[in-house]
Design a binder for this molecule. Structure first.
Ligand SMILES: CC(C)(COP(=O)(O)OP(=O)(O)OC[C@H]1O[C@@H](n2cnc3c(N)ncnc32)[C@H](O)[C@@H]1OP(=O)(O)O)[C@@H](O)C(=O)NCCC(=O)NCCS
Length: 267
């Protein structure tokens, strides 16, 4: 099922002003089944401010940050985790640094407690992170920066990894449309494999999504369960001018709202 991508204006500020503090925080903290709150955040911060954010991270997260060889990758990981903790803290009324994550066998993070905490998923690319939260329905999100150096033959990759149906749809397009269509298809597929928690361990040729960037984002079929297409919703999301994104959530009916993280909101 497709939902419209937001216009720039639809990313609401998550900043609480005096006049709307009550309604804003209520809206942010309440998640009902079928609802998805999408947050986006810039990962571009001066180094000094990034170091300050380390106070939110757990010892294992700090250790992981240290393992990044490239400084920019380390900083982006730190910022993305600090923002994740601060966003989640609003929904579970705990201090960001007190939140504990556990990880599935494929590495998908979730809140270790409480039992009623939201389900969430994160994607980051270049200078941007997007966070999707639900009332517990499995959710996956993927964003890609559009201006990565094109070093690959998209059709070759699609032939190797996509389903036959997707490859054929891509191959039938005029070459000038293929780059964008490849990324539209890729983000939809990645959002789905992240939602089911398997990530790229899931064979990507075992399910079909729509390919055209102007086509509604949709899970057409999985090759293992005929009823999956009815159970899942997908949406294209427009995280900003230089990015493309998609969302997958296990619910037949989905309502999205869009929130902009402002770095002045750190608690
Ligand atoms: C998850 C995966 C698809 C990420 O792809 P990507 O495009 O490089 O990265 P994205 O920015 O979109 O997503 C990264 C985020 O997804 C989340 N994530 C990690 N593993 C995940 C999984 N299996 N399913 C869903 N989400 C996952 C994390 O929050 C991660 O953010 P973090 O690195 O800051 O913690 C890919 O790394 C993967 O397939 N990992 C699984 C590997 C595996 O099987 N590991 C087993 C041993 S842990």
């Amino acid at each position: 099922m497709w939902r419209t991508a937001p216009s720039e204006a639809e990313w609401q500020s998550g900043v609480e002003t005096q006049s709307d503090a009550e309604t804003q925080s209520d809206a942010e903290r309440r998640l009902v089944p079928g609802q998805v709150h999408l947050w986006r955040a810039s990962l571009d911060l001066p180094s000094g401010r990034t170091r300050e954010l380390e106070r939110f991270l757990s010892p294992d997260e700090l250790a992981r940050a240290k393992r990044f060889v490239v400084r920019s990758a380390r900083d982006r990981y730190t910022i993305a985790r600090a923002v994740l903790r601060n966003i989640l803290a609003r929904y579970v009324s705990e201090a960001p640094a007190d939140l504990r994550f556990s990880y599935t066998e494929y590495g998908k993070p979730r809140l270790a407690r409480p039992a009623t905490s939201p389900a969430f998923n994160v994607s980051h690319s270049h200078d941007l992170a997007v966070y999707a939260l639900t009332a517990g329905q499995p959710v996956g999100v993927d964003v890609e920066y559009l201006h990565r150096r094109a070093i690959v033959d998209r059709l070759k990759i699609a032939h190797r990894f996509f389903s036959d149906r997707e490859y054929n749809a891509l191959a039938a397009m005029p070459p000038y449309r293929r780059d964008h269509a490849f990324l539209a298809c890729w983000t939809r597929k990645e959002a789905f494999v992240k939602a089911i928690g398997q990530g790229l361990s899931c064979p990507l040729d075992q399910f079909d999504v729509t390919v055209g960037p102007d086509e509604p984002a949709e899970l057409l079929a999985t090759h293992w369960d005929v009823s999956d297409a009815q159970r899942w919703s997908m949406a294209s999301i427009d995280p900003g001018p230089d990015y493309i994104g998609a969302l997958a959530v296990k619910t037949g009916d989905v309502r999205l709202s869009f929130w902009q993280w402002d770095h002045g909101q750190f608690t």
